[in-house]
Write a protein that binds this ligand. Structure first.
Ligand code: CUA
Length: 335
């Protein structure tokens, strides 16, 4: 039974190492540098730990083994003891020197990467979502999105971190280490993704009730796809084109309380307190990765945000069911 249980447990533990939010499945150069350092520390410290336990076990065994007839107890000589202690101290000095050198070199390597930056993205933490701003492809101003970071593969992006309220921490484990977003302070980190795909980031500093629901989807794309995506995001919102339900949704959205907090470019809605929703339906999830993106998810979120994310700053706005329905339809058309 135990023979079956141990491999199963090992497989389960290793299975937890892969995936979209893992420090030991690097998808970027910075994460690979940190993972190499982690493995080295694990090997050095693990070896020392095994040696300590080995010597402890050996000494216990010697102390308690039965003495054969005619055998006399032999005390270790002072010289032998000094030699053993000297060898042990030397081993510790070598082990620590290896760790200090590796740590220094990793730090240098991370600093080197920041010189290769080709794209600057501003990420601002809010309770409890991420505002993300890219330089506009036209060269004028910025393009804003929320809770979904897209970056080109093989390029180094500089992520400039800010906070709109309390301290948050930006962390995409597969790509790099974590860096705090602190009010009134400019912090930055570099990301150099090495493979395409989806990853998951998470706020890593307790920032209030919904800290755990302050995640972000991260998509690493080939450069051409990234450029096409950014060009699409810089466009104004899609027009309802005569669809009466979508037009009703847009009008209620842009003239009602929604517009006080949200922007939909191309309409009169220009609020800045909440996420920019110009292309909300193109995102993978809703409410900072709390719900998968869907028409039903949008409607449920509008109807009762407090039930889905208690404490969120998005209020329940009283409105007619037909209006809520039209707004959900309109938002789900904003791709
Ligand atoms: Cu933001 Cu925790």
């Amino acid at each position: 039974m135990i023979c079956r249980f141990v491999p199963l447990l090992t497989l389960t533990a290793l299975g937890g190492c892969s995936g979209v939010q893992s420090v030991v499945a690097p998808g970027g150069r910075q994460a690979a540098d940190l993972n190499d350092l982690f493995v080295l520390m694990l090997v050095v410290c693990g070896t020392m730990y095994a040696l300590v336990l080995g010597f402890l076990g050996w000494s216990l065994w010697r102390r308690h083994r039965p003495i054969a007839a005619g055998e006399t107890a032999v005390e270790p000589s002072d010289r032998g003891l000094s030699r053993s202690l000297g060898a042990w101290a030397a081993l510790i000095v070598v082990g620590l020197s290896v760790l200090i050198t590796a740590s220094f070199l990793t730090d240098r390597s991370l600093a080197e990467r920041s010189r290769e930056e080709t794209l600057t993205i501003r990420v601002t933490g809010h309770q409890w979502w991420w505002r993300i701003e890219y330089p506009a492809p036209s060269g004028q101003g910025t393009v804003e999105t929320a809770n979904e970071l897209r970056v080109p593969v093989g390029r180094t992006a500089r992520i400039e971190l800010a906070s709109g309220d309390v301290i948050h921490s930006f962390w995409v484990p597969n790509l790099a280490g974590k860096t705090d977003a602190i009010p009134g302070r400019a912090n930055a980190l570099s990301l150099t993704p090495t493979r395409t795909g989806w990853f998951r980031g998470q706020c890593a500093e307790y920032c209030g009730t919904q800290h755990a629901h302050m995640a972000l989807d991260v998509n690493v794309l080939p450069k051409a796809e990234f450029d096409a995506w950014l060009a699409g995001q810089s466009d104004a919102a899609a027009d309802p084109r005569g669809d009466p339900v979508l037009a009703r949704g847009r009008d209620h959205f842009a003239s009602g309380p929604c517009a006080a907090c949200h922007t939909v470019r191309g309409t009169t809605a220009g609020g800045r307190a909440g996420p920019d929703l110009t292309h909300v339906a193109s995102r993978r999830s809703l409410a900072a990765a709390t719900l998968p993106m869907s028409r039903g998810g949008l409607q449920g979120w509008i109807a009762n945000p407090q039930a889905l994310k208690p404490g969120t700053l998005m209020p329940t706005v009283p409105m007619l069911p037909a209006d809520a329905d039209a707004i959900a339809s309109y938002l789900s058309s904003l791709r």
